[in-house]
Design a protein around this ligand. Structure first.
Ligand code: PMP
Length: 467
């Protein structure tokens, strides 16, 4: 017994030691570092196992946010781990300019074969790789602009994005994002973008349905396209769920209207499926639910099953052809050192094989139905304004009076309190504002879902008790 206590003390001390060493040298992403170590606990993780993260102190944390929406099939999934190890023994990296390798080619073939299609539209036929989501967005924006430039349409310099959208943190990607917290301070550095109304159904006016919101937002987009005819090269949007904007969901009808408007005005449609792709919304790609095919499709995060950074931008033949010329300047000279890294491509191929072998989408339908069942009772809680769900993404919006028009005072930091309260109970919930969401790895089982629901209920009660 004494030895056991002693071991536990040693393990806890070792976790503390790691915290100290970490804070001495690391600057963490998306973090006010001043909040460490007191307000925000730093959690040293030693390993992952399925839906669990296991801390250096031996504590287990259920990863209900799939480690920033990247992980699909659980941590350390052996098939993906093996594919990476095998690839590493053969070819770890090679310059992709002038050279080729099997994983990059096979992955491109497979992505194009499963990409969304639309009757009467030329399919997506080419893949350009980048090495993270923001870089993928930069590629798509630059391609759209450059394509028009190559045609001599040099006035098409503007992008339209949606209010409350998010596309990443690099300067170009941030320019088409509309989340003030990330954007405001960099405003003087950003490129020109216009923001069309979001179809977000949470913002419905009294009496409006989700379809009405979609229609109203599409009319706003139409007016903007008319007003700026000839100046816009692309519309960029997150299909079905604006994730970083608070898991705000919209009716697929919006995507159909947006697609048609882009066609009418000769503007490219860029679908950013970096967060919603690979089964998160119920279908492999969100665009499928609207029956639309974008001109450029951005993929990342779950592309490698959550193992390695990689992005793929899928383009139409017409876009690709627009860069073919004798002049080097007309070529798309964008490059990243790790473009099409073989290890990342091997991970992505292994991930796509799991989708086929395990009939993942069918299993997810059962899991998503269970998520809905378990979350349904929260609707009766006095501070829950809405529960919404699209496939494997479920959001619980908290508000002062349980009414969407009466948010909590941000100074109360309800979301942060919820994060801490859940962490103490061994669950990683990482709210966006006052919205708690579940976006778990697809391997989550019924017992883990029950734990998640129980902790979520306890946390909501705890953080809203004193307001
Ligand atoms: N687009 C969307 C829709 C995203 O959710 C994100 C990341 N949360 C990005 C782009 C940027 O990806 P990354 O963090 O890999 O740069």
């Amino acid at each position: 017994m004494t030895n056991l206590v002693h071991d536990a003390d040693m393990i806890a001390a070792s976790a503390d030691d790691w915290r100290e060493r970490d804070l001495a040298v690391l600057w963490h992403p998306c973090t006010q570092m001043r909040e460490h170590p007191n307000t925000l606990p730093l959690v040293p993780i030693e390993r992952g196992e399925g839906a669990w993260l296991i801390g250096r102190d031996g504590r287990r944390y259920l990863d209900a946010v799939s480690s920033w929406w990247t992980n699909l099939f659980g941590h350390a999934e052996p098939r993906i781990a093996r594919a990476i190890a095998n690839q590493a023994m053969q070819l770890e990296q090679v310059i992709l300019a002038g050279f080729s390798h099997a994983p990059a080619v096979e992955l491109a073939e497979q992505l194009l074969a499963i990409a969304p299609t639309q009757a009467g539209r030329e399919p997506l036929t080419k893949v350009f790789y980048a090495d993270n989501g923001s870089a993928g967005v930069e590629v798509a924006l630059k391609m759209a602009f450059h394509w028009f430039h190559n045609r001599g349409e040099i006035k098409r310099t503007k992008f339209i994005a949606l209010e409350n959208g998010y596309h990443g943190e690099t300067i170009g990607a941030l320019s088409v994002g509309d989340i003030p917290l990330y954007r405001r301070v960099y405003a003087p550095l950003l490129c020109e973008a216009m923001f069309a109304p979001s179809p977000d159904a949470y913002m419905a006016r009294p009496g409006e349905t989700a379809a009405d919101c979609a229609e109203r937002a599409a009319s706003g987009l139409e007016a903007m396209l008319q007003q700026h005819a000839g100046e816009v090269c692309a519309l960029i949007l997150e299909p079905l769920v604006q994730c970083a904007g608070g898991m705000r969901m919209h009716d697929p009808a919006y995507l159909r209207r947006a697609r048609a408007l882009c066609d009418t005005h000769g503007v490219f449609m860029i679908a950013d499926e970096i967060a919603v792709g690979f089964g998160r919304t119920g279908t492999l790609f969100a665009c499928e639910q609207a029956g639309v095919q974008p001109d450029l499709l951005c993929l990342s995060k779950g592309l490698t099953g959550g193992f390695l950074p990689l992005a793929a931008v899928l383009a139409t033949q017409a876009i690709y052809d627009g860069f073919l010329d004798d002049s080097r300047e007309r070529a798309f000279l964008h490059s990243h050192s790790y473009t099409g890294n073989p290890l990342a491509c091997a991970a992505a191929l292994a991930s796509l094989a799991i989708f086929r072998d395990d009939d993942v989408l069918a299993r997810n339908r059962v899991t998503a139905a269970r998520m809905a069942e378990l979350a349904a009772p929260f609707a009766a809680l006095p501070h829950v304004a809405e529960i919404r769900q699209t496939g494997m993404i479920l959001a619980i919006e908290l508000a002062r009076d349980g009414n969407r028009h009466t948010p909590f005072d941000p100074a109360l930091r309800i979301g942060l309190l919820a994060y801490r309260a859940a962490l103490e109970r061994g669950v990683v919930l990482r709210p966006l504002g006052d919205m708690l969401y579940w976006m778990p790895p697809y391997c989550i089982d019924n017992a883990q879902l029950q734990l998640l629901a129980q902790v979520t209920a306890e946390v909501i009660e705890e953080v809203t008790a004193c307001v």
